[in-house]
Write a protein that binds this ligand. Sequence first.
Ligand code: HDE
Length: 752
Amino acid sequence: TAGMAKDMPFNPTKPNEHGHENALSPLRGATSPSATREALASTPSEKNQTAKYGDAAQPGVNAAGGSLNRVRADSAERMLTTNQGVTISDNQNSLKAGLRGPALLKDFILREKLTHFDHERIPERVVHARGSGAHGYFECYEPLTQYTRASIFAEKGKITPVFVRFSTVAGERGSKDTARDVRGFAVKFYTDEGNWDLVGNNMPVFFIQDAMKFPDLVHAVKPEPHHAMPQAASAHDTYWDFVSLMPESTHMLMWQMSDRAIPRSFRMMQGFGVHTFRFVNEAGESVFVKFHWDPKLGTHSLTWDEAVKISGADPDFNRRDLWEAIDAGEYPEWELGVQIFTEEEAEKYSFDVLDSTKIVPEELVPVQPVGRMVLNRNPDNFFAETEQVAFCAAHVVPGVDFSNDPLLAGRIHSYIDTQITRLGGPNFHELPINAPLAQVHNNQRDGMHRQAIHRGRVSYEPNSLGGGCPFQAGTAGFVSFPEPVQQDEVRGKPEKFAEHYNQARLFYESQTEFEQQHIADAFRFELSKVTVAAVRERVVSMLRNASEELAGKVAEGLGMPMPDAMPKALENPPAPEVNQSPRLSLMARPGDGGIRTRKVAIMIAPGTDGATAWAIANTLQAQGAVVRFVGPRIGPLATSDGDQIDADASLENQPAVLFDGVVLPDGAEAITMLSADGRAREFLQDQYRHCKTILALGGAAQLLSRSGIDVEAGQDPGLIVAAGDATEATQQFIQALAKHRHFERETQPPNV
Ligand code: HDE
């Protein structure tokens, strides 16, 4: 397929296929003469994608730019038809016996339309129902052939197309993006040796050690079965009841209660393969490997109060952010890193590498960068791509194999199984978004919705009638790593799995002070929603084993006495190798120091100093920030110099929580008006409380004071109040904005 050029029609005899030259000219009776194919088909991301890498992709066509073209449908200048291709003359009226008469059963056009509509929905994913996807590519830095024969790591500069889906876990398909939750980070590599799915999360550990407990975990966190509440939230009795009876979840709870559970953007979070996997090289030698994705923009999060308010202001916050960035050509990028270690090394660790509630600290095994991933094309159709994509932990390629992690074992079974219900049969691998670029040849046949038309009479192997084809690949194919097995069959766990607290402590101790405070706040909030006191107590008793300080803060926040520490499963737990790991803090990855794609509000009203407002907008935009003029209403507003500015957002339709920073230009009349507007004051209070960057020019300082913000306080690098020159103040603003947040400002409770 390497030669299947972008613009070559898949089937020249079907002129309505994407890319066919006839598609440019209307057949007859075109209903939309002004719409050109160019205008409709080319989003900015599509154009950029072609220029950036579409031509370089080799071998195999990029799934984003090439192979999916054969199914991309485009109706520009086309007549409306039924599913049988029969043109429809009237799409407004059903067929009736007389104008006021009954509708007729023979109206096959109405019946086809309604019948299809009646079946438009498919079941949502049982977990990770809400997600957003994008196309892109992976580029290998250097050959990794010493460790793995996986073809994507074979050569420097090798490009492999990917499709990625980010998700929340607990909420239903239509739930909010900013729930406190784990985020899925699932990558499908369309390698030239078949599809490899690295189905990971934005946290490197998991709640449970054995697949046997997964349905219980999910039942506990999902809305409670009697009244189906709460939606997309873990702050309820059944969740905390379950996890407090499962001390192995303590480490994951630290991650889940940290700011990582409320990412500012999918583009600003890490991803992890979680389990220990194997790399296997050409000689059949194997090492253990853990996978890490590191975002180029650094790791940044929301504050909880902000996340709650965003869920009302824009429930699609993370989805929109991803879409808009790609559409603007600001392609998100991650570096793939691997931790490689041998089985012998792993045996010496104080923890078991087959236990998914444990990390391998970077101090023990450093993360080596091996490539980068860029997402540079939005899907054309959410359902066809993001909804129908089917990830599967069992999809590995030659060179990548499993470890004996018992959680992974369950996943290897579970994913294909769930797709059979969700996508209606065993042929979901033929859906365009799931189809590998590598050719598929086997003797599996039939089933619901079969697309391939298998030729010949042979569908078995061995055969002689088909010349023995398709034939076994031998050692050129996937060979399972021959892991020796010599034990009795048992239901049980190795002893190291019983140590539950060392790494929970490590995580907490490795956070900055304000991150630790946020963890305590999150436990307090979640447990304050738990109605059964015994459950709250059990959680705190568990936390005592990880951190007395944290347990104390949480108990105090809940107004309860400190309970006894929970009895430990191991009397003498192994001593950890590492007690501090600064890389576990979000602050370890500040990003590239720029302000690209950060959203800034310039608050305006009639009488704003328009020249300064424009100058600042231009400076910020030149550095890649996204600027909005936010006014009391949208539309043109007169400025102090007799000109006007179009407000493109209003205090009502884009409140503070949707911005990373705010600029308040001078202008006496405007400031008087905004000072009297409760929405403007609330806007500033939220910006301040959420530790964002604020620039106030001239008289605008009064607006801050009227909002209860102490402008005299000094010592706050995120609060820039400038009397004179706006140019220098703008530069200060840019530097402060690049820092993302100014948590130094936080007080308990918030003072604004
Ligand atoms: Fe999943 N998980 N999972 N999971 N998971 C699903 O597959 C499952 C686990 C993860 O964007 C389901 O297609 C079991 C760990 C992601 O489409 C289902 C166990 C990690 C996604 C399933 C786990 C994940 C899923 C639901 C424990 C991080 C979304 C629908 C044994 C490494 C992928 C579906 C997407 C989705 C089962 C645990 C990540 C039911 C049985 C650990 C990112 O098959």
